[in-house]
Ligand binder design. Structure first.
Ligand code: FAD
Length: 496
């Protein structure tokens, strides 16, 4: 891509900041425009799990995985599932070495990312008001503070109510039919020991299979944030004559709604510190797609706002950001980069958004209890680690400017002694390609750590060989078969 292209990211949430950081790692200029006045101008929200196969991959591409791990709370992956009587239906405690979905407070994540883009990258206090196409893919951006800017690529990372989205799609968020009422508990271990015991180190999910749930999450610093959740009309408070600012009135209403719940569970409504905050859940139609629009694209919630079930939202926002930045660094034009990015992002987010929205629907449905709907978190974590390895096989972590191919030195044990050969492999596609001593290999196949391919050797004599090898990190061992003989070989990957 032309290195002088003007790239504007609208929104300094996790997706926008991550994208900016990876672009800068590739020495690509970028400006981020953010409505908030500063990084900590508002409460950033609760805790987030960053998954091995998405959020953590994005952080690795940004060179920030270690910084994340230093702040993360792996013990926060613990989860329990209860019914409305307080009966524990499932308790998951992660193994000591399980970091597949480590937790971090949202505010800490935002600060971590904002500190790692170059100073001056984020223009705080710039709320986008209008974006106008000027032709040839360029756009004019107008901000609430009177500033105007132009961009060759505008990236809408501006969340649920994106001002950039209308350039690409007429879709608007729809109310999901479920509202969360946020509750908080401070200094829980001392002031709210029963709440602390129920939430444990991580999360508690309780549901009555009749449209109501209570979800609690332990954050850092003895803070617990929770959601008293219910299937309700968008204006439930108006219909019930409740003033949302009247704490006692909201509490009375919720206690009436949750009257069939055990007393032990009602402490989350009776004992909370501070105000209740109404948070209706909105989702975009899923799967959402759009026609390519020159000079504009979306990432994160702006592209695929989904129910917060399964915790994909922030993970995909960050992975979107990393993939878009990588495509811009590697493709010759903005158009080809955005096409490559959207070809991967749209089907992935569409599939998961449908799944997350269905899961929300099921959790708040009136139905008989179905134990099969309780997720096996240990299995999910194993799958996430395996998916991360597969993702890395196809998209190796690489330094800026590095090509996806890897170079190997092979040693063949021939009857005439050891023979060396140079093997270059590209393992990023489903078919293995590359060259042996500069001649292209043929029929390349890859399955997990096993590879096979055909090649022509010219020394010690001309012959066609079929090689099969097993890769273990930076080494491989295998056999090369010709019509005359079978030759063992070993290989070493050269340092990048
Ligand atoms: C109750 C709840 C719980 C959730 N829990 C989880 C969870 O556990 N795990 C998970 O993965 N996800 C969770 N999510 C979803 C997650 O919060 C989002 O998917 C994630 O924050 C999306 O990141 P983003 O960068 O795309 O957008 P955002 O985080 O929304 O960031 C958008 C940024 O754009 C800025 N902005 C907006 N409009 C403008 C404008 N006009 N001009 C300039 N700037 C603008 C905003 O101020 C903001 O900083 C939850 C969501 C909710 C509602």
């Amino acid at each position: 891509m032309n290195a002088t292209a003007r790239i504007a990211i609208v929104g300094a949430g996790p997706g926008g900041l991550l994208c900016a950081r990876v672009l800068q790692e590739h020495n690509i200029e970028v400006t981020v425009y953010e409505a908030d006045a500063s990084v900590d101008a508002r409460d950033a929200g609760g805790t987030l799990d960053l998954k091995a196969d998405s959020g953590q991959i994005a952080l690795e591409d940004a060179g920030l995985l270690e910084d994340f791990m230093a702040r993360a709370r792996p013990e926060g992956q613990a989860k329990s599932r209860l019914d409305q009587h307080g009966t524990v239906l499932l308790a998951f405690v992660p193994e000591e070495d399980d970091i597949a979905a480590s937790e971090i407070d949202r505010g800490q994540l935002r600060i971590l990312l904002a500190e790692q883009v170059r100073p001056g990258t984020v223009k705080w206090g710039h709320k986008l008001q209008a974006v106008t196409p000027l032709g040839n893919g360029t756009h004019r951006l107008e901000f609430g503070n009177g500033t105007v800017a132009e961009a060759d690529l505008v990236i809408g990372a501006d969340g649920a109510w994106s001002r950039v989205r209308p350039l690409l799609s007429q879709a608007v968020p729809q109310y999901s039919g479920v509202s969360f009422v946020e509750v908080r508990f401070e200094n829980v271990d001392e002031r709210h020991p029963r709440v602390a015991a129920l939430v444990g180190d991580g999360h508690m999910f309780a549901g009555d299979n009749n449209g109501r749930g209570i979800i609690l999450q332990r954050n850092g610093n003895g803070h617990v944030r929770g959601y008293v959740a219910m299937r309700a009309e968008l204006d439930w408070y108006d219909k019930a004559g409740v003033d949302l600012d009247d704490e006692a009135g909201v509490r009375r209403f919720l206690l009436g709604e949750f009257k069939d719940w055990a007393d032990e569970m009602l402490r989350f409504i009776k004992d909370n510190d501070g105000a209740f905050v109404n948070r209706p859940l909105w989702t975009l139609p899923a799967p959402l797609t759009w026609e390519r629009t020159a000079g504009a694209t979306l990432l994160g919630d702006a592209a695929h706002l989904m129910a917060p079930w399964g915790g994909f939202g922030v993970n995909f926002a960050m992975l979107d950001g990393a993939e878009l930045a990588r495509a811009l660094a590697e493709e010759p034009t903005i158009d080809s980069a955005v096409a490559r990015y959207e070809e991967g992002m749209l089907p992935r987010s569409g599939e998961h958004a449908v799944g997350a929205n269905d899961a929300l629907e099921r959790f708040f449905a009136t139905r008989d209890f179905d134990p099969s709907q309780i997720r096996d978190h240990a299995a999910e974590h194993r799958e996430s680690v395996a998916a991360a390895a597969e993702y890395r096989r196809r998209n190796p972590a690489k330094a800026p400017g590095e090509t996806p191919a890897s170079a190997w030195t092979l040693k063949f044990q021939t009857p005439r002694g050891e023979q060396l050969a140079e093997l270059v492999l590209d393992m990023t596609a489903s078919a293995l390609t590359g060259s042996l001593n500069d001649a292209p290999i043929e029929g390349g196949q890859i399955s997990g750590s096993e590879i096979s391919f055909s090649a022509r050797l010219t020394t010690p004599f001309k012959m066609k060989i079929r090689c099969a090898a097993s890769i273990d990190g930076d080494t491989m061992t295998g056999k090369a078969k010709s019509t005359l003989m079978t030759i063992a070989f070993t290989g070493t990957r050269e340092a990048a």
